[in-house]
Design a binder for this molecule. Structure first.
Ligand code: AMP
Length: 219
């Protein structure tokens, strides 16, 4: 199995869910740049250039590449130096980033250890998932808009009432899909296809089915 697993796919495709499961299953590090950026947002002491860069997030835009490298490479270092594999989740969203990560892996003698998994989903399905996902008013569990949850009307964990997530605003979701959906993914897909690193799997299936396909793709 490859040591570096990179997930790409539109927002809402299930990258986060699959990356977390995979990292747990194989005891790999899990690096989500979205999580790292959200953690930075909550810090009280933050550099002025970082605070300025983070503003893009609120508008559904990409934050500058330098901030991604600063956070992601720092987080990856410890795992890789200890010989541990790493799952990258949403960490690459343009071709400049893809090329810079490849340089980074080459510098660590890991270029042959990279596999890229695209969780394919149409922009329309991504929009439906993000606007229709729900949250439990009681326990806060997130109920994704996935086939196995379509008929669920109360929380599967605690039976609580479900509601829409306050921060899934339609305007920001539209912008995220425009900026980070299939049109933006196309050159990244081409880049990895040329390097013969890309595996594409169907993200429209149930979570457990997608997981099986992911494991098969990287083995
Ligand atoms: P996510 O939680 O993965 O949906 O990411 C949330 C937000 O963080 C995105 O909408 C972007 O604003 C920002 N972000 C996350 N990863 C990257 C990246 N690799 N490059 C640029 N911006 C990113």
């Amino acid at each position: 199995m490859k040591k570096i697993v990179i997930f790409i796919g539109p927002p809402g495709s299930g990258k986060g869910t699959q990356a977390k499961q995979l990292a747990q299953k194989f005891n790999y590090g899990h690096i989500s740049t979205g999580d790292l950026l959200r953690a930075l947002q909550t810090q009280t002491e933050i550099e002025p250039d970082e605070a300025e860069a983070l503003k893009a997030m609120k508008q559904g835009k990409l934050v500058p590449d330098w901030l991604i490298y600063r956070l992601a490479f720092k987080a990856a270092e410890e795992h890789l130096n200890n010989g541990r594999g790493v799952v990258f989740d949403g960490a690459i969203r343009n071709t400049a980033q893809a090329a810079t990560y490849q340089e980074y892996f080459t510098g660590k003698n890991l270029a042959a250890d990279v596999v890229v998994v695209e969780i394919a989903l149409s922009d329309e399905d991504a929009y439906n998932r993000l606007t229709k996902r729900r949250i439990c008013k009681e326990c806060g569990a997130i109920i994704p808009w996935l086939p196995e949850f379509y008929s669920v009307s109360t929380c599967p964990k605690c039976g609580g009432e479900l509601t829409a997530r306050a921060d899934d605003s339609e305007e920001v979701i539209r912008k995220r899909i425009k900026e980070q959906g299939n049109e933006a993914l196309s050159p990244i897909r081409d880049y990895y296809q040329q390097l013969n690193l890309l595996k594409i799997i169907d993200g429209g299936k149930a979570i457990a089915e997608v997981e099986k396909d992911v494991v098969a793709a990287i083995s």
